[in-house]
Design a protein around this ligand. Structure first.
Ligand code: AP5
Length: 220
């Protein structure tokens, strides 16, 4: 099964894609995480992406598409993939369709997570991540037991450099201009599942699984 999580920055794509990939035993490919890993390792890809990410702009299509398609060619992707953060615009979506079609595959479903702009601002401003195990917290909604420390591995929590007020504003602008039109693109293809992202994390997961099961039964 090939699924895409679509949503504005902070909608919960990463949170839900992680949960669904675990439940369904699929590979989880997050373009933002791939860029951040490359940045941390100081690779050429990381250096190319750095300026764009820090400004909240999209990394050029050819770089992002090449990186994701290459990652999708790894063996763990063969049984299916949950994509998070890719595609981000029409050009990337078409490149993905083409690459899958070459293997006689296609995207099965696209889960669009809807969250109000006010809630997005709250979530991004409060997000903290464990530098060791990457667990995501929100210091207002789901704080760790000990301030600044991960509950799971006691790693130090950090704030993403692109989670500043100015960069969040830019990322939201880019989302509405370039990524939101993909909702209609996939709706027209009959792939779209819309989920209310303002429920609790577990409830959003439950509704997503229920919608995927329903589609699966209809498709059989
Ligand atoms: P990326 O890493 O993809 O960032 P993003 O799209 O801005 O999304 P986020 O990771 O901020 O949010 P999310 O929706 O995953 O939410 P999360 O689950 O973390 O991209 C970063 C940058 O990389 C881009 O700006 C761009 O420069 C570049 N890039 C990436 N992909 C690219 C591409 N394809 N092409 C070109 N450039 C690309 O949750 C957020 C917070 O909310 C957390 O604190 C979480 O705990 C909390 N939360 C989640 N769900 C709930 C809930 N239901 N209730 C309460 N709180 C919740």
């Amino acid at each position: 099964m090939y699924s895409i999580f679509l949503g504005a920055p902070g909608a919960g794509k990463g949170t839900q894609a992680t949960a669904i990939a675990q439940k369904l035993n699929l590979a989880h490919i997050a373009s933002g995480d791939l860029f951040r890993q490359a940045l941390k390792r100081g690779t050429g890809l990381g250096r190319q992406a750095k300026n764009y990410i820090e400004k909240g702009e999209l990394v050029p299509n050819e770089i992002a598409t090449h990186m994701v398609l290459e990652r999708m060619s790894a063996p763990d992707s063969e049984k299916g993939t949950v994509l998070d953060g890719f595609p981000r615009n029409l050009e990337q979506a078409k490149a993905l369709d083409k690459a899958l079609a070459r293997k006689s595959l296609e995207i099965d479903n696209v889960i669009s997570i809807k969250v109000s702009e006010e809630e997005l601002q709250k979530r991004l401003g409060g997000r903290r991540i464990c530098h060791r195990c990457q667990t995501v917290y929100n210091i207002v909604e789901s704080p760790p037991h000990v301030e600044g420390k991960c509950d799971k591995c006691e790693g130090k929590l950090y704030q993403r450099p692109d989670d500043t007020a100015e960069t969040i504003k830019k990322r939201l602008e880019i989302y509405f201009e370039h990524t939101a039109p993909l909702i209609d693109y996939y709706r027209r293809k009959g792939k779209l599942i819309e989920v209310d992202g303002e429920e609790t994390v577990d409830e959003v997961t439950r509704r997503t699984v229920a919608a995927l099961n329903e589609r699966w039964l209809i498709a059989r």
